[in-house]
Ligand binder design. Structure first.
Ligand SMILES: Nc1ncnc2c1ncn2[C@@H]1O[C@H](COP(=O)(O)OP(=O)(O)O)[C@@H](O)[C@H]1O
Ligand SMILES: [Mg+2]
Length: 475
């Protein structure tokens, strides 16, 4: 499919609209914070809580499929029907053009989730599907393939509708479809996103429309560019991110209501909290369900310590001692606020370290660039706030320092964030260290609380000024 055969060019490149509501792990916004007034001292929660941005950063830096050895759990709508799974793309009987497009992307065989999801999505009569697996396991590629395979190119109207939480994520999906459809010149795609202005009343000829809920809803109802009765495949990507914004949830449901009963509904999510599940059930009747459990992060190879310090200068001195006595491949240091992160970064730079700084006020593309440089070893130390604590794998990190301990909005131990932070050291059997800086009774309590959380194992005391003790440590 040549580039110019894609009908719609995006004429305005708009930035993501800053959302004024921040929601943390769940769907109830707890606090109203508007970006411009977000003070430097404010805990850098925003970006950590902004699922859509996190998802985009992950997409920008991920080059390959995330491996997962867990079994796939399949719940069939009709348990008596045979369960199909495929070990090769050939078994799917795709058109030669589409198969060529898949191989051209460097995909040799279906991913774990694709083995089961693809036959279900391509089955006749059509079946509805809810699929959940962690990000990077091939969900987007799976439904892109399903849409490309589903369309009837003879028909010059929209048949597949796909919605995604943000402008940027919609563009990403579009790129996958374009790339996969390189050799399918008759399949056309339109982007239902802000800035893509259309004349009212014409009917789109593109068989696939990918967009955000607001614009797609307008295209269906106000502008009538799409006839919802003719949509035979509806895809809802990143449902967990989608429903974190109330408006998106409502718009998705309104789009869904316009569709016919026979339309095939497909929903994808990286997580499966109660709220996602309720939403999924609402928009996907009689579903098949595929789940792929996240691989447990093993902490067996990670030694965990705490260091008693006074205030930040003292913490800094401990950090320097620690760094001086260990041969460290790469280190990640977590701070609570942007102000602390930038203070620490500049102190480390004065000490001669090559330091990268990553925090919430940075644009997604800037963040991806910083992570990319760090992954390539351009800097050995990454100082960051909560922004970076999830989803980003840097294999060569062998030391994680909690310069400030992970706490939630109530100031209590945030066990989940702790696990994500230290989980990035000691992967693939390598040894790693996690060091927690304790600067008060209160932070000692937090360390104890984290330790008591069963899976984390012991957190031992470390005296970084005791050279003998430090020499016993080696990575
Ligand atoms: N079968 C496959 N073989 C190899 N790479 C794949 C396969 N499916 C997807 N990928 C690649 O893996 C990465 C993650 O895939 P993606 O579909 O975006 O996952 P998800 O939607 O679950 O986050 C992408 O870089 C994609 O190109
Ligand atoms: Mg995806």
């Amino acid at each position: 499919m040549s580039k110019d055969s894609w009908a719609v060019a995006v004429d305005v490149q708009e930035a993501t609209t800053p959302s004024i509501q921040v929601s943390f792990r769940g769907d109830t916004p707890r606090k109203l914070i508007s970006y411009p007034t977000l003070a430097n001292e404010t805990p850098d929660f925003r970006a950590g809580g902004d699922l859509a941005e996190q998802s985009l950063v992950n997409k920008l830096i991920r080059r390959a499929l995330v491996r997962n050895r867990n079994e796939v759990e399949v719940l069939q709508r009709d348990p008596r029907s045979p369960l199909y799974s495929v070990k090769s793309f050939e078994e799917l009987r795709l058109t030669p053009e589409l198969l060529r497009g898949v191989y051209n992307m460097g995909f040799n065989r279906p991913s774990r989730i694709q083995e089961n999801a693809l036959p279900m999505m391509l089955a006749q009569p059509p079946q509805n599907l809810i699929a959940q697996s962690q990000s990077g396991t091939g969900k987007t590629a799976a439904f892109s393939l399903a849409m490309l395979s589903h369309v009837n190119t003879e028909n010059k109207w929209t048949q597949c509708l796909c919605i995604s939480p943000t402008y940027e994520l919609a563009l990403q999906i579009g790129q996958v479809i374009e790339q996969m459809g390189t050799f399918c010149p008759d399949v056309k795609l339109a982007y239902g996103i802000r800035g893509n202005r259309m004349n009212r009343g014409i009917k789109l000829q593109e068989q696939i429309v990918i967009g955000t809920p607001g614009t797609v809803l307008d295209w269906c109802t106000k502008y009538k560019l799409i006839d919802p009765n003719k949509i035979t495949m509806f895809v809802l990507d990143e449902a967990d991110v989608m429903i974190a914004t109330q408006g998106h949830r409502d718009q998705s449901i309104r789009i869904h209501r316009q569709l016919t009963k026979d339309c095939q509904m497909l929903l994808f999510s990286a997580t499966f909290e109660e709220s996602v599940w309720r939403f999924a059930e609402q928009v996907v009747p009689d579903p098949n369900i595929i789940k792929l459990k996240r691989e447990e992060e093993t902490l067996d190879t990670i030694k965990q310590f705490y260091v008693i310090c006074n205030e930040k200068e003292d913490k800094f001195a401990s950090l320097c001692n620690l760094y001086g006595s260990l041969t460290i491949a790469q280190a990640m240091i977590f701070c609570h606020t942007r102000k602390m992160a930038s203070w620490l970064a500049s102190k480390l730079i004065t000490e001669g370290h090559q330091v990268a700084l990553l925090s919430g006020e940075m644009e997604v593309a800037q963040r991806a660039a910083v992570i990319e440089r760090f992954k390539n070893g351009k800097e050995k130390v990454l100082v960051t706030t909560n922004v970076c604590s999830r989803g980003i794998d840097v294999e060569q990190v062998s030391l994680v320092v909690n310069f400030d301990l992970p706490v939630n909005m109530e100031g209590m131990a945030d066990n989940e964030t702790y696990l994500h932070r230290i989980g990035r050291t000691g992967r693939f059997g390598r040894r790693g260290f996690a060091v927690n800086m304790v600067d008060s009774d209160c932070s000692m309590d937090i360390v104890k609380a984290i330790e008591h959380h069963s899976v984390y194992r012991k957190i031992s005391k470390l005296d970084t000024s005791n050279l003998e003790e430090m020499e016993k440590l080696s990575i």
